[in-house]
Every structure is written in structure tokens, then in C-alpha cells.
Design a binder for this molecule. Structure first.
Ligand code: PGA
Length: 249
């Protein structure tokens, strides 16, 4: 059986109140898969405290591409690791489009994570327009390759610790998830692309699906051979929904 990974992405939602009440509830049932929640960075310290004795891990939604210094407002990977952060999302489409993050910036952020012992969740995904003109494979392949090539240039870095998330931009936050077939096709392609770099990557890197995952579609998606889990936005803000998704995994 695959060791599945499900990661919640709260985005800029929630409150201290929700951290204090919801996270303990989320640990009320033992998850059979690896599970994490990526909360807003100001809540990371509190979330880590609340979850200290549980199996639910804590992750960040972004990280600075710099190691330290004059970067007002930024949070470094080493700061995140001090707070027991195990994962950090890099290259989410909301950061690519709204904050102008390029593949090169995302590659640098992934590198900072690995240097600090944090597993980067590297998001790739095509827009509706790119899908319509048949460029899905080309777009997600290139997004992945730029990051992999940058990381592979660092001898001290173990690439096996990365996580890849396929997040079609057209499926995020609107209730219109990719079909199992669409997701499986993209995942199989990403797996093949990982394998082209190294067989160990093909076998060890989890590929998560993200984009309107709910308790209604999770089990079908997770049953596809190349889908190793999910990156869950909206549905991770409800205890019952998130627990049902963990159960499906
Ligand atoms: P969604 O978000 O589950 O609300 O579609 C997923 C994501 O953006 O990571």
C-alpha cells in the first residue's frame, strides 16, 4: 500500500481561535496517512505547540528565497524549521500569479527548504487556456524541470525529500476538481518526468493532487495509481471534511 500524504492549505483563512479549537479536534482521530496543515505563518508557533504531541504535522505556505538579511516581511526557512515546520508549499499558483513568482524563484525557495531540513511541496499546474490549447504536459514538465535541475546542481541536497503537487489552476477554489482521468494523466506524466532524472525520484517522491478536493471526490482521486495524496484548500478548514479526506487516504 502507498504511504499517502494529505496536506491542508489554510491560505489566508482562520484565526487564533480556530487554531486553538480546530487543530486539537483534527487530531481526535488517528490518521492512517501522513497529514499536515499549512497555516498562516503568524500562527505557526502556536500550531506547533497545540500539535506537539500529535501525529498531525505543521507546514508553512511560503518561504523566503533568501537565507537572511534585509528582506522586510519575509520569513526564512531556518526560522520555519525552528518552529518544527516539516513542509513548506512553494510555487502555489496564487503566488505565481499574484506575486509574480517565476520558476527560478520557486527553485531557490525549494532549495532553502531542503537546506533547512524542510520538505518543499513544489506546486505545478496549467491554466485553463494552456489546457485548451493542449500545452498541459509542456507547462507542468517545464515547471518541474527548472526546479529539479536547480536542486540537482547542489551536491549536498537530497532530492528525494521533495514533494510535488499537481494543481491545475482551473480547478482551484471553485468546486470543479479535475476528473480522476485528467489528474491521473498529469500525475503519470510528472512521475515519468521525475524518473527521467533518476529512478529513485520516480519511486520516492509523492505526487499530490490539489484543486477542489472534497470528501466526496477524495477516495476516487486517491485510488488512481499515480496520485499519492492531496493538497487541500477550502476543505481543510472544516474538521469533518478534512477528517473524511484523511480517512479516504
Ligand atoms: P482548494 O485549494 O482545495 O480550495 O481548491 C487547493 C489549493 O489551492 O491548494
Amino acid at each position: 500500500m502507498k504511504n499517502r500524504l494529505v496536506v491542508g492549505n489554510w491560505k489566508m483563512n482562520g484565526s487564533l481561535e480556530l487554531i486553538n479549537t480546530m487543530l486539537p479536534e483534527m487530531t481526535s482521530q488517528r490518521a492512517q496517512c501522513t497529514a499536515a496543515v499549512c497555516v498562516p505563518s503568524v500562527y505557526l508557533a502556536r500550531a506547533a505547540q497545540v500539535l506537539a504531541d500529535s501525529e498531525l504535522l505543521v507546514g508553512a505556505q511560503d518561504v523566503s528565497l533568501a537565507q537572511r538579511g534585509a528582506y522586510t516581511g519575509e520569513v526564512s526557512a531556518s526560522m520555519l524549521s525552528e518552529l518544527d515546520c516539516r513542509f513548506a508549499i512553494v510555487g502555489h499558483s496564487e503566488r505565481r500569479t499574484r506575486h509574480g513568482e517565476t520558476d527560478e524563484v520557486i527553485a531557490e525557495k525549494a532549495l532553502r527548504c531542503l537546506e533547512a531540513g524542510i520538505r518543499p511541496i513544489i506546486c505545478v499546474g496549467e491554466s485553463q487556456q494552456q489546457r485548451d490549447i493542449g500545452r498541459t504536459a509542456q507547462v507542468i514538465g517545464q515547471q518541474l524541470d527548472i526546479v529539479l535541475d536547480r536542486l540537482a546542481a547542489e551536491a549536498a541536497i537530497s532530492l528525494e525529500r521533495i514533494v510535488v503537487a499537481y494543481e491545475p489552476v482551473w480547478a482551484i477554489g471553485n468546486g470543479r476538481a479535475a476528473s480522476v482521468e485528467q489528474a491521473q494523466d498529469a500525475h503519470a506524466y510528472l512521475r515519468q518526468r521525475l524518473g527521467a532524472k533518476a529512478a529513485s525520484l520516480r519511486d520516492s517522491v509523492p505526487i499530490l493532487y490539489g484543486g477542489s478536493v472534497t470528501k466526496a471526490n477524495a477516495a476516487d482521486l486517491f485510488a488512481a495509481p499515480d496520485i499519492d495524496g492531496g493538497l487541500v484548500g477550502g476543505a481543510s478548514l472544516s474538521v469533518s471534511e478534512f477528517l473524511a479526506i484523511l480517512h479516504a487516504a
